[in-house]
Design a binder for this molecule. Structure first.
Ligand code: AQP
Length: 328
């Protein structure tokens, strides 16, 4: 039997190349080796306070992008999280054993709650929902970007805790590392990560951005006044651009630095823009075709939900039995 892979992306905004390089581009690569389950995590997305119309549109967009980037519904299970009730149900069972202090120490919670006047419990409990997503399917590997490392560690802690209280129930998951898994930073502030919910449009390159827009954003990306191509922590803006270049071409930062040594930022940025445009072109073309056939899209996600429900409801019954709930 193949090991299982699980991952998901929130429909909380337009997908960025951070989402693409950190997560999505790795999804389809796992399909032949593993038993893959990919979810559009819409329950997570509502922690961002997204309005219903935008959530609805983004949910279709991400499903279409999953397929456009090469996910094959005959090989992988692809579905919406809200179509499988066991996600929310398992979360409750995990919620009651999670220490509050651990949730309050999570970096993502601290960063997101710092921007809010009123902090909702959903934002705090987000990592529990994520842990449940993973363990519900006995996933061994989780392909996520580097920014999610802490959430995977949290999931591992929770597995240990649950298994310790109720006996061996969940598999210990691991982050699936890939070559292009670097953390991509904002083009306008290279100290914060590129995020789909960033309000500054120039901070992110979106997968569906037109070529001219991509060129413009890369040209206006923040660099420095040193003017020499180098890879170090004094030139964080440039370092981030080199990471993007490296993640797409799989050339090492050292190779890239030596290729551009003596050339200005303009030449480097021009080439990078072309590399990004060409990497996204096939996905954008596939996307246009897929999104125009909503009927087929619906058939795919409904079929995915049926398959996911079958696996998830069995696991939830096992969990409920371990906890001591009376069987119905
Ligand atoms: N900047 C990034 N670099 C590398 N990987 C990234 N990911 C996100 N941003 C980067 C990876 O993309 C997947 C998307 O996960 P998500 O949508 O569940 O949540 P997220 O990490 O919170 O993504 P965003 O774009 O920052 O969304 P918002 O703005 O809504 O919070 C994950 O695998 C993540 O590692």
């Amino acid at each position: 039997m193949k090991d299982r892979v699980f991952s998901g992306i929130q429909p909380s905004g337009n997908l960025t190349i951070g989402n693409y390089l950190g997560a999505l581009s790795n999804f389809s690569k796992q399909q032949d080796k593993y038993d893959c389950i990919y979810c559009v995590v819409d329950l997570h997305a509502i922690t961002s306070g997204i309005d219903p119309k935008t959530l609805h549109e983004r949910s279709f967009e991400i499903m279409a992008l999953y397929l456009a980037s090469g996910l094959d519904p005959n090989k992988s299970i692809i579905f919406y999280q809200s179509h499988v009730p066991a996600h929310a149900e398992l979360m409750w069972a995990l919620n009651v054993i999670t220490p509050l202090g651990q949730l309050q120490r999570m970096t993502q919670f601290k960063a997101k709650s710092a921007k809010k006047d009123e902090i909702q419990a959903g934002l705090l409990n987000y990592p529990i929902l994520m842990a449940g997503d993973i363990v519900l399917y006995d996933a061994k590997y989780v392909p996520v970007g580097d920014d999610q490392r802490q959430h995977i560690e949290f999931t591992r802690d929770l597995v240990e805790k649950f298994n310790g209280i109720y006996g061996e129930t969940f598999i210990m998951p691991e982050m699936l590392k890939t070559k292009s898994g670097a953390r991509i930073m904002s083009l306008q502030d290279p100290t914060s990560k590129m995020s789909k919910s960033d309000e500054d449009d120039k901070a992110s390159i979106f997968i569906l951005d037109e070529p001219k827009r991509i060129e413009k954003k890369i040209k206006s990306a923040v660099t420095d006044s040193l003017g020499n191509i180098d890879y170090n922590n004094e030139q964080l803006g440039l370092k981030n651009l080199i990471n993007i270049y490296s993640a797409i071409t799989l050339k090492s930062p050292e190779e890239i630095v030596s290729e551009y040594s003596g050339k200005g930022y303009g030449a480097f940025k021009g080439d990078l823009a072309q590399i990004v445009v060409e990497a996204l072109r096939p996905i954008q073309e596939n996307y246009k075709e897929i999104i125009s056939d909503k009927g087929e899209l619906e058939r795919i996600y409904k079929d995915g939900a049926d398959k996911a429900n079958e696996i998830a409801s069995k696991k939830l019954s096992e969990v409920y039995e371990k906890i001591g709930f009376v069987k119905k």
